[in-house]
Design a protein around this ligand. Structure first.
Ligand code: NCD
Length: 317
């Protein structure tokens, strides 16, 4: 067994106890997390597991459906030899009986050293972080934010394109309701000369407040309803229409087959195509074999990025 400490040379402590928003992730913090992530990639490849969190317990609370986020957090915790306790689905917990998020988190944080929570209510992450007596990670709070996904996305861009500044990123196709789009746009707007194109039907345009926030952080934003606009960007970031968040099913059904990235649209154009997955209709299947299609590699980075974050937030990197 190779000692993980061989690869970890002492990271800067994170300036926050809990991670609820990508606004907390400035370029120097991101660089530090990526340095530890690189070490975790090596640890995983050479040793499989590392003795970094053997005395820690991580609580995973997924009150909304999840595949990648929940399993990659679980895999990350196990590779660090932490114990894991979890709850899956609000109906299996006392939230279903009417218990508040505050009370649930107050109790769970007395059972664990770090709490990870996904919940359908925007703002629930702030509620959870405030109630928690231990570090807390937002794994998605409704349509609001998903900051750990943004770290995975940015790590993939950094590895594939080689930089995070001066990027043109096109986001499709539900920038109003996609928390993954929100958090990545916030994270990248912290870098100089960032340009965004948001592609969506009229009803799913990003909110004015969100655009104002990105512009205030220095990004240049444009919006279009034409599905084939913005295809010459450095990065195309696709995410499904967020079906479960629509007030009316009509809007979802009307656009789901229209807002699809096809092979002809991107073949000779952008450098990188990302999607936090699950893929529904937003990317045609024959795009997968293009060299720019990196969404399955992106999903695999979920484990080392979350290993880095857990280790750093528990002060062990
Ligand atoms: C995303 C999510 O849950 O917001 N998935 C993920 O975490 N990888 C994207 C989505 O559900 O569309």
């Amino acid at each position: 067994m190779i000692q993980s400490s061989v690869y970890l040379t002492g990271s800067q402590p994170l300036p926050f106890r809990s991670l609820t928003s990508a606004e907390q992730l400035n370029p120097s913090i991101v660089a530090e997390i990526f340095r530890v992530t690189d070490a975790m990639v090596i640890v995983s490849a050479r040793a499989g597991r590392a003795d970094l969190l053997t005395d820690k317990t991580i609580a995973l609370l997924f009150f909304e459906p999840s595949s990648r986020t929940m399993l990659s957090f679980q895999s990350a915790a196990q590779k660090l030899k932490a114990g894991v306790i979890f709850a899956q689905g609000a109906q299996t917990t006392s939230l279903h009986k009417g218990e508040s998020i505050e009370d649930t988190i107050r109790v769970v944080s007395s059972y664990a050293d770090l709490v990870v929570m996904r919940h359908s209510a925007p703002g629930s992450a702030t509620t959870g972080a405030t109630a928690s007596s231990v570090p807390f990670i937002n794994a998605g709070d409704g349509k609001n934010e998903h900051p750990t996904q943004a770290l995975i996305d940015a790590y993939t861009i950094y590895k594939q394109v080689g930089r995070l500044e001066g990027l043109h990123v096109t986001f499709g196709f539900d920038p109003r309701q996609s928390r993954s789009i929100h958090s990545l746009a916030i994270l990248l707007s912290g870098y100089p000369n960032t340009r965004f194109t948001f592609v969506s039907p009229e009803e799913l345009r990003p909110s004015k407040d969100f655009i104002a926030m990105l512009e205030q952080r220095g990004a240049t934003c444009s919006e279009t309803t034409s599905v084939s606009d913005g295809m010459d960007a450095d990065v195309l970031y696709m995410n499904r229409l967020q079906e479960e968040r629509f007030e009316s099913r009509d809007v979802f059904e009307r656009y789901r087959k229209i807002y699809t990235l096809t092979r002809e649209m991107v073949e000779d154009k952008c450098q990188l195509i990302l999607d936090p997955l699950p893929r529904i209709d937003e990317i045609a299947l024959d795009v997968d074999s293009l060299p720019q299609a990196a969404y399955f590699r992106q999903a695999a980075f979920g484990v080392p990025v979350r290993m880095a974050l857990l280790t750093m937030m528990l002060g062990r990197a």
